[in-house]
Design a protein around this ligand. Structure first.
Ligand SMILES: [Zn+2]
Length: 150
């Protein structure tokens, strides 16, 4: 039961599964830092060569990275899961996009995408539970934005 397309028999099993993925990721981050030290910036590789790999686009959202946009050299295979610091393991990502991608494992990230797409569809269908959650989400975003501005 590790594939993202696994159908869970009930909500409890799904919640346990995504919690397990989170714990595994957090444990992995702590272990990797103990062994390899904190993640370093790719100073040995030019940022320009990383940006050229995707023709100046963010590998997460596909949007253009404008010259004055904040962007990061993202590890494709997360450092926290053992990914290395070679040019082959870096792609450009908007800072905003990379912050949301975090160091999710592939399966955890697939679940996040799947949930997000499904949730958006439910909002469009005016599912009242989805609308209630969307309202909470918007209030959360407004609070986050006002904290960020302080
Ligand atoms: Zn992006």
């Amino acid at each position: 039961m590790t594939r993202a397309d696994t159908i869970f028999e009930n909500l409890e099993k799904f919640i346990k599964h995504i919690s397990r993925l989170r714990k595994k990721r957090r444990g992995s981050v702590v272990e990797i830092r103990k062994i390899r030290g904190p993640r370093k910036s790719p100073n040995h590789i030019s940022r320009q060569s990383i940006l050229e790999k995707t023709d100046g686009r963010c590998h997460v959202c596909g949007g253009l990275i404008a010259p004055d946009d904040k962007w990061q050299a993202d590890h494709i295979f997360a450092y926290a899961h053992g990914g290395n610091d070679s040019l082959a393991n870096y792609l450009a990502a908007h800072t905003y996009c990379n912050n949301y991608r975090r160091s999710f494992s592939a399966e955890e990230f697939q679940w996040v995408l799947k949930l997000g797409v499904w949730f958006r569809t439910q909002i469009e269908k005016k599912n009242h539970l989805a609308l209630e959650l969307a309202d909470k989400f918007m209030k959360h975003e407004i609070r986050r934005d006002s904290r960020r501005r302080k």
